[in-house]
Unconditional design. Structure first.
Length: 210
């Protein structure tokens, strides 16, 4: 009987350990999901290349914060769909059309119940970042009129939406506070694997022009 009791305790303990969860500040639990090696490669290759552009020189001396809760993968798909739908209306110069309307619909259905991914500091290999919960970010935005604004850069990213072994989408937003104004750059990028390396291949507006 004693041995049976010990066995039951061990089984119970192992069962609890197998359910790896975290609890956030609102006492809401979520599964501690990890990026795959491919996702890590895509997101870091993109950031390494994108953030070296002249456009982002003003961020070089700023502390960079990543919004902990990722943009859902429906975001880059919606941006692509927006551009695809109106590609003949505004004389778009985009030539990277890798999905048609039926494929878009199918992927939408596949990711309908997608959970929000929570970024970890170690997801970013060559960029020193801190994490900022979305709700805290909103509080900073709301404090702008009081000029209680820190000099920081904000990154808001989606997990890579992997279409196939050679194509993936990422939604990217970056902003910084200037006095009481928050300026942003935002778009969806197509990453393509060429000669075994991920490269930026196409850019899609998200329909929000500011």
């Amino acid at each position: 009987m004693k041995h049976i009791l010990i066995l039951l305790i061990l089984v119970s303990t192992l069962s609890c350990k197998s359910q790896v969860k975290q609890v956030n500040d609102n006492n809401e639990s979520f599964v501690k999901e990890e990026l795959t090696s491919v996702e890590v490669d895509i997101i870091n290759t993109f950031l390494d290349v994108e953030l070296e552009k002249d456009l982002y020189k003003k961020y070089k001396n700023l502390e960079i914060f990543v919004i902990e809760e990722s943009l859902k993968k429906t975001k880059p798909l919606s941006d692509y769909e927006f551009n695809y739908k109106y590609k003949n209306s505004w004389g778009s110069s985009i030539t990277e059309w890798i999905l048609d309307s039926l494929q878009i619909k199918k992927i939408k259905e596949e990711i309908t119940n997608e959970e929000v991914y929570h970024w970890k500091v170690y997801d970013f290999k060559n960029l020193k970042v801190s994490l900022l919960k979305y709700e805290e970010f909103r509080k900073i935005i709301n404090a702008r009129s009081k000029k209680e604004v820190p000099s920081i850069g904000i990154l808001y990213l989606s997990k890579p939406l992997i279409i196939d072994e050679n194509n993936a989408f990422i939604s990217f937003e970056i902003g910084n506070f200037q006095a009481v104004y928050f300026s942003t750059n935002h778009f969806t990028v197509l990453m393509r694997k060429i000669n075994n390396k991920w490269v930026e291949s196409g850019f899609y507006e998200d329909g929000v022009f500011n």
